[in-house]
Design a protein around this ligand. Structure first.
Ligand code: HEC
Ligand code: HEC
Length: 397
């Protein structure tokens, strides 16, 4: 087939316009300068310094942190000599265990969260029943299904294996009263907290993408990842709870995750608040180093209400692709399942016998299509970074 000159010219012109538009497409920035500034608030560049720990005088003592690191990996701190913090919070799994429900000396009823970013935010645990990393650390030690130890045994272990270290850091190791021995138990918690404060967060592909945009570069996100990012910030409104550099608001919400055991519902934050107020090691306790006027968070705690029922702490999404299964009882095995849930949550479960109030749900069905689910998942996967191979805090001492 031969084309006339005119036809050839038209074809050439069309080709030219097409290639210019392709080039323009390529050069068009994915995000405006204002968008980029907004996105920067979600990167590690916006991570504030660690919150001040008025309730733990040893929180930022590097030698105490080294002691804490030894304890963290020490399986002798358990009844069967087999369970350490690191059994469930494994560094090579981003300080999780990849199990649906955590297993120590028995199976617990909750999923193991990562410890990355755990130093931030006022509340610890899915239900926030602890208000510091040191008081939190004391709980698994005595929990029958976890370390199954007694505080007296913790004291004996420190006396037997760590007496010199302990005395150098905390002063005399005295066994004369119950209070003296509890003091040692508490200091073990404070050392475990000091250790966890040393854990750095890996820089993710998402961070690098935003840093590239900031420099006026295009960044290396695929079009699906860019679409997922837009859904996260836009239609999905994920950022209304998963925000800031740790992608959490540190608050409690009921996002309608299926009840793990309908005969024994998990009231989440509703019970967590009661336990926190009664906790013998909370910020206002005698074991805390905080002053009378500290502990604002605890003093101004909201005590009850329907929105606390079945509410759980918004988890960080840093390295989320590496920390399956998901949610407080590992209800979802994959990120696809999580996003499918936000797209169309299952009908909420309400049992008058068990629920003090009708639970209050904080999400609306998003009705995403298959491509949107794929895109959101692709974006969530960009929140991971490599395990820092040369960081001594990330491995057994
Ligand atoms: C048997 C497995 C297991 C062991 C052992 C264990 N943990 Fe955990 N950890 C969990 C589970 C499960 C949760 C969540 C429990 C909940 O929220 O009710 C958790 C929660 C935490 C949290 C709260 C994180 C957050 O963001 O709220 C911290 C911190 C923590 N553990 C540190 C430790 C330390 C320190 C030790 C050792 C003294 C330890 N864990 C031992 C399984 C374990
Ligand atoms: C109303 C606040 C809120 C909104 C909006 C929200 N989340 Fe969540 N997210 C939570 C809470 C709370 C949990 C834990 C719920 C539980 O265990 O019961 C959670 C859990 C998750 C988890 C599991 C993380 C883990 O480590 O187990 C992922 C992934 C997640 N959300 C992604 C998203 C995405 C994607 C969106 C937007 C489509 C979104 N979230 C919207 C509050 C929210």
């Amino acid at each position: 087939m031969f084309l006339t000159i005119k036809q050839q010219l038209i074809a050439l012109l069309w080709l030219l316009i097409w290639s210019i538009s392709l080039w323009a497409e390529d050069e068009k920035p994915e995000f405006t300068a204002r968008d980029v500034q907004y996105l920067k608030g979600f990167t590690l560049a916006s991570l504030p310094p660690l919150p001040e720990a008025k309730d733990n005088d040893y929180a930022d003592n590097a030698e105490v942190a080294v002691f804490g690191q030894q304890l963290f990996f020490d399986t002798r701190l358990s009844a069967n000599q087999e369970v350490a913090c690191s059994s469930c919070h494994q560094p090579d799994k981003y300080f999780t265990d990849n199990l649906k429900l955590a297993i120590g000396q028995g199976e617990t009823s909750r999923n193991t969260p990562t410890l990355l970013g755990a130093s931030y935010g006022p509340w610890k645990y899915w239900d926030g029943r602890k208000d510091s990393l040191w008081s939190q650390a004391l709980a698994p030690l005595e929990a029958p299904l976890e370390h199954n130890f007694k505080r007296e045994q913790v004291f004996e272990l420190v006396q037997k294996y760590y007496a010199d270290d302990y005395q150098q850091l905390f002063g005399v190791l005295s066994a004369s009263s119950e209070s003296d021995r509890t003091r040692v138990f508490v200091n073990v918690g404070k050392a475990l907290m000091a250790y966890q404060r040393q854990l750095s967060l890996p820089v993710s592909r998402f961070d690098q993408y935003v840093y590239a945009l900031e420099k006026g570069e295009k960044g290396d996100f695929t079009s699906s990842e860019v679409a997922g990012l837009r859904l996260f910030m836009g239609k999905g409104a994920c950022m209304s709870c998963h925000n800031g550099p740790l992608l959490t608001n540190f608050e409690f919400h009921n996002v309608g995750v299926p009840e793990a055991d309908q005969a024994n519902v998990d009231l989440g934050r509703y019970l967590g608040i009661e336990q926190l107020r009664e906790d013998e090691f909370n910020c206002q306790s005698d074991w805390s180093d905080a002053g009378e006027d500290d502990c604002e968070e605890l003093r101004f705690l909201k005590k009850t209400g329907p929105e606390l029922v079945g509410a759980f702490k918004t988890p960080t999404l840093r390295s989320v692709a590496d920390t399956a299964p998901y949610m407080h009882a590992g209800q979802f095995l994959t990120l696809e399942q999580v996003v499918a849930h936000y797209s169309q949550p299952s009908p909420p479960f309400y049992d008058r016998e068990q629920h003090p109030f009708r639970p209050h749900f904080d999400v609306m069905p998003l009705m995403l299509n298959a491509q949107e689910i794929t895109d959101l998942v692709a974006f969530l996967k960009t929140l991971s970074g490599d395990i820092p191979a040369n960081d001594p805090w990330w491995s057994e001492p």
